[in-house]
Design a protein around this ligand. Sequence first.
Ligand code: GDP
Ligand code: MG
Length: 163
Amino acid sequence: MLPLVALVGRPNVGKSTLFNALTRTRDALVHDQPGVTRDRNYGVCRPEGQRAFAVVDTGGIAGVDEGLAGATARQARAAAEEADLVLFVVDGREGASALDDDILRWLRKAARPTVLVVNKTDGIDARAAMAEFARYGFGDVIAISSAHRMGIDDLLDDIQERL
Ligand code: GDP
Ligand code: MG
């Protein structure tokens, strides 16, 4: 069985865009509207000369734990808990939000190996964007742009080391 990498983060940070960049598909629905990906979506990443792994895209985790948003949050938590590695995806343009803080809290409880992935760093100061999340205390922080395929190779190297 392939190792499993879960993409977790609040709506609209670019999880589905990253899923597509990793799996080189357009299977995941990418949308301007937050919370478009409702279900778990599985794919496979086969990096050249590296170990293949399964990827699961999860719906954005909304703060209110009820209705559809609550079901989506539960799916995301379940995906994170079964994953070998979690990519905690955040928005480098918007910086840390209360929702990111919430997700961080339950990710700590889930206690899975986690990499902090700062997305949307195209056209901005990536170092400053990463510094916004320094208080989260991650040893492993990678700046990427899913939309422009920047930093994806570094991320893949990091994933390989962690699997
Ligand atoms: P999700 O809700 O976390 O799955 O986010 P999506 O992948 O659906 O992306 C949400 C929005 O952010 C879309 O409009 C994407 O085009 C945009 N987006 C995603 N990745 C990037 C990126 O690396 N840079 C920029 N500038 N926009 C991005
Ligand atoms: Mg999505």
